[in-house]
Ligand binder design. Structure first.
Ligand SMILES: [Zn+2]
Ligand SMILES: [Zn+2]
Length: 87
C-alpha cells in the first residue's frame, strides 16, 4: 500500500471528531439502551467505530455517515476479533 499512514491518521482523527460531534458527544449504543454512568450522566463517546469495515469498504473509511460514536466498552463489543489497527 502506497498510502501515507500519517496522513490517514490525521484524517481518521478528524473523522472521529466529526462522528462524535454528530452524536452530541454521547455513546450512541448506550443512549439507545438508556444507559447512564455512575455519576448519573449519559455515557460519553470516546471513539468512533466504522459501521462498514474499512478493509472491505475503504471508500467509506472517512465517511461520517459510516461512523458510530461509541464508548470504550461498546467499542470493544463491536470488535470481538480485537484486531482494529486504529483503535
Ligand atoms: Zn457505550
Ligand atoms: Zn471500531
Amino acid at each position: 500500500m502506497a498510502r501515507d499512514a500519517h496522513y490517514d491518521k490525521a484524517r481518521h482523527k478528524a473523522w472521529r471528531a466529526k462522528v462524535i460531534r454528530r452524536a452530541g458527544g454521547l455513546c450512541e449504543e448506550c443512549k439507545r439502551y438508556g444507559r447512564i454512568g455512575k455519576d448519573g450522566l449519559p455515557i460519553p463517546a470516546t471513539t468512533a467505530h466504522h459501521i462498514k469495515h474499512k478493509q472491505e469498504y475503504p471508500e467509506l473509511a472517512f465517511d461520517v455517515t459510516n461512523g458510530r460514536a461509541l464508548c470504550n466498552s461498546c467499542h470493544n463489543k463491536a470488535h470481538p476479533e480485537k484486531g482494529g489497527f486504529w483503535r
